[in-house]
Every structure is written in C-alpha cells, then in structure tokens.
Write a protein that binds this ligand. Structure first.
Ligand code: SAM
Length: 466
C-alpha cells in the first residue's frame, strides 16, 4: 500500500486552491461539499468559480500567489498548468507540513484525491494510487450500481439508535448480530424502497425481540424480491434490480431471461427454472407462488426474476397476493417492459403528437381457441396497440381490428427478440400481418405494434435502426 487511506475533516478550515479553470472548479466543489472555507487564487476565474465567489461561498483573489496565503491552511491544491509553479508550491507546502495535491502529479503530491461515491454520511473512496484514475472511475461506476441511493439515510438512522442499542444489548457480539441482521435484509430493503417510517418501526421491534432474547425467529425470516429485468438487453436492468440480484440465495427464473442476465445474479445463488411455454407449463403458477413462500420461510432471500416488468402480463400480482397472505416481506422492482424496450430499439415512438395520443397494451393469448378483447375500444384511430403474446392469435387480431373499423393498411410491425442482438423487425400492415407471421421464420419472444406510429420507423431507418 503506497498511501494511508484517511478521511480528513476540513469543515470550516481554510483550504487553498491555486488555479481558476475547470480542474480547480471540480476540487473546489468537493471541498465545499465537505464544508471547507475555500480560498482561490488565480489570474482569472471560470464562470462556475466566479458564481461561487459572487454567492459568497468562497474567497477569491486574482492577485499573484504569495506565501502568506498558506498561513493557517489545512490543505492546498495546485490546479494550474504552470508546472514550475506547481512544483514550487508543492515544495513550499512540504516544508510547511501542509498536505498538498498537485493535480495529475502524484509524485509532487503528499495526498491524492480518490474517486468517491457520496451517500453521506456514507462515503466510499476508490483509488488506484495515482496509477490509473480512469480505472478507479470505472470501478466507481460499478460500485455506484451496487450501493443503495439512500444508504446514507439508513446510516443516519442507525446512528440515532446507536446509544439505545448499546444500552439494551450490552454484549458486543449481540450488537453485531443485531446490526448484521437489520442493516442487510428485509428491514434495510424496506428502507431503501422508501418505506422509511415502517422500516424504523420494524427496526425498533427487532431491537425489542433481540433484547428479549427472541433471536432465532427473527434471524431466519426470509424475503422475496420480484424483479423485472427488462426485455433482454442486460444493460436495461435497473441499479436496484442488480443490487438485489447480487444478494439472492435462490433465484426462480423464467424462460425469457437470457443467460447474460442470469450471469449477473450472485454466483452462489441456487438457480431454479420455472419457465413457462404457451400451453405447456413446466411449473404451474400456484406452484411458483408456493415455492416463493417455502424458500422465504426457510430464511432465504428469494429472487423472482421476471422478463420485462413484473406487473405487465407478468403475473406478479398473483405472486405478491400469496406472499402477503403468508406474511412474507417482499418488494417489487419495476423493469423495462417489452413494449417500451422493443419500441425504442425498433425506432417506433409509441405515442406521437400527430399520429397517436394513446397506447394500449393487450395480450393476444388464446383462451379456448379465441382471443377475447374489447375490439371496439381497440379499433380506434390515433391510438397505438401493442400486443404481447400475439403470435398464435395474429389472424383473429388482424381480422377483428379490420372488422371493427381499422384500415387494412394500418401500419404494423412484428418485433422478434427485441433489444437483443437477434432483434428483427418485420414490417407490414394490418391485413398482411398474418401472412408475414406465417411466411417467415420468427423466433419467440415476439411483440406486435399496430398503428400509424409504425411508419415513423421508416424515417428513423436513416439513422441505422433495425
Ligand atoms: C408473459 S409476457 C411477459 C411480459 C413482460 N412481463 C414484460 O413486461 O415485458 C411475454 C411476452 O412479452 C413479449 N416480450 C417479452 N420480451 C420480449 C422481447 N425481447 N421481444 C419481443 N417481445 C417480448 C412477448 O410478446 C412475449 O410473448
């Protein structure tokens, strides 16, 4: 280790920044966030620094640097492109024992500034020891996705309860167990999901149980994450989904989940395939819901991974009803639904001021050999229809929409494996849609979009969308 990692208190302490450009501005911004009293010296100040100066947030001088400015300084930053000056400032600071950072010159600096993730009061700092700031930034981006946005607020809550916990659980081991169980798991997740008041109550109840010695019942309580992971492209997954995927003990996943997405699930998680195919159900819905309950009752963190969004033709409603019935804590993480993903990747805006003021999502799944939809309501002009699971009923769909008044020439598109490298768009109109479906080798999953907006795709193709 070439550096000693510390977090330095600079609140209300004078810090000197020499330089008035954007690099200096970035350092000033950071110092201000940490509450420092910043003095800037530079022949000219850029607009951002000037604005701080005008607002009275910093002191600034356009005079030349003089050694008196270092008096009483907590730290100094050299952010000029005048190398000899940077060097002499660093020398002076070393002599006066003032920590100094010379931007982009670790060899002249007595401290370096790490890449940070600021979830105050929680701060994660990453450094490559000055050898590759880019690598540190890339790593930071990865960690950003893993660290919950309001972990700082949770830390504040834990801070407020610290004394009480210390009094009620005097043994250090008991305290550690209590915090381990509460700061990761259902209570923390409830907090991150925005139910702060409920989480605080649950934390207090947990403390009551812990101090009464009722630990076992508490520690084995599992939970379920119903996570929508989008239509296929792994980078359409949300930060929250990714974080929960990384802490699951068991994962129940559908047929639509691509391998690249499953690869993002914690390696140690036990995978259970519960995928369904039309007409053939490998595991019945009731059994899936029951499995979620059973695993959670074993104290496991159960990830129920679903294609698209769990609440759009995803049967998420049935699963949470079952979980609620059994008192299992759960949370639902929205995902990019196939309609949104496929439309974006195919260059079809679902609404448009001139062509479509509403959009409806319908299922084209056959029930008893027919598609039962409100055809009259669907066959409206200035409306986009998105059909999920529509391949089997495509003939009925085309026939009924035309019979109820839509023009046979209404533009339509069939999108196969949208958002994935195997995405293919078959362009047609309402009348020829069944033939297109029949005469091409089309691979599931497929989405159908019907409406005037589809023709906008033709204009977009100039931008290389396919
Ligand atoms: C059971 S539904 C699940 C929908 C999912 N919950 C969602 O929000 O996207 C399955 C249907 O979604 C559509 N679908 C899902 N992913 C798709 C994709 N990548 N490309 C095209 N259609 C897709 C297909 O119509 C498929 O038959």
């Amino acid at each position: 280790m070439n550096y000693f990692p510390i977090f330095l208190k600079v609140k209300q302490q004078r810090c000197l920044v020499v330089g008035g450009g954007e690099v200096a501005a970035r350092k000033i911004a950071l110092l201000l966030r940490a509450g420092a009293s910043v003095t800037v010296v530079a022949p000219s100040l850029n607009a951002r620094i000037e604005a701080w100066h005008e607002a009275g947030d910093i002191e600034a001088s356009t005079d030349v640097f003089n050694i008196d400015l270092l008096e009483g300084c907590r730290l100094a930053v050299a952010a000029t492109d005048d190398e000899p000056f940077n060097e002499s400032l660093a020398d002076l600071c070393h002599q006066l024992n003032i920590p100094v950072n010379v931007v982009d010159s670790p060899e002249l600096s007595s401290f370096i500034v790490p890449s940070i993730i600021d979830r105050s009061p929680v701060i994660a700092a990453i450094s490559s020891g000055g050898s590759s700031p880019t690598l540190a930034r890339l790593l930071r981006a990865k960690l950003e996705a893993m660290i919950p946005v309001n972990i700082g607020k949770l830390a504040e809550l834990a801070g407020r309860m610290r004394e009480q916990v210390q009094q009620r659980l005097p043994a250090m081991a008991a305290r550690r167990r209590f915090w381990n169980h509460t700061l990761e798991g259902p209570i923390a997740e409830q907090f991150y999901a925005g139910q702060e008041q409920e989480a605080e109550t649950a934390l207090q109840e947990a403390l009551d149980r812990y101090s009464a010695g009722d630990v076992d019942e508490f520690s084995i309580k599992g939970e379920v994450y119903l996570v929508g992971c989008g239509p296929g492209a792994p980078d359409l997954i949300t930060f929250r989904a990714l974080r929960l995927m990384q802490q699951a003990d068991v994962v129940l996943y559908d047929r639509l989940i691509p391998g690249e997405v499953l690869d993002l699930v914690r390696r140690e998680a036990e995978p259970i395939y519960v995928g369904k195919k039309r007409a053939y159900h490998s595991v019945r819905q009731e059994e899936i819901s029951q499995l979620l309950v059973d695993y959670a009752k074993q104290g496991k963190r159960v990830l129920r991974l679903k294609g698209g969004d769990p609440f759009i033709f995803g049967r998420g409603g049935e699963e949470i009803a079952m979980l609620a019935k059994h008192g299992i804590p759960f949370q639902v993480v929205p995902g990019v639904t196939a309609a949104a993903g496929c439309a974006s990747y195919a260059g079809i805006p679902l609404t448009h001021r001139d062509y479509s003021q509403s959009v409806v999502f319908v299922t084209g799944q056959l029930k008893d050999g027919t598609v039962n939809l409100n055809w009259k309501a669907l066959a409206q002009t200035q409306q986009t229809i998105v059909v999920y699971m529509g391949m089997m009923g495509v003939g009925v769909l085309s026939q009924q929409l035309i019979a109820h008044g839509l023009s046979p020439k209404t533009p339509a598109a069939l999108i196969q494996k949208g958002t994935t490298p195997e995405q293919k768009v078959f362009r047609s109109d309402l009348q020829t849609l069944p033939d297109v479906a029949k005469n091409n080798e089309i691979h599931a999953p497929t989405l159908i979009i019907i409406g005037e907006v589809v023709k906008l795709r033709d204009e977009m193709s100039a931008f290389g969308l396919d």
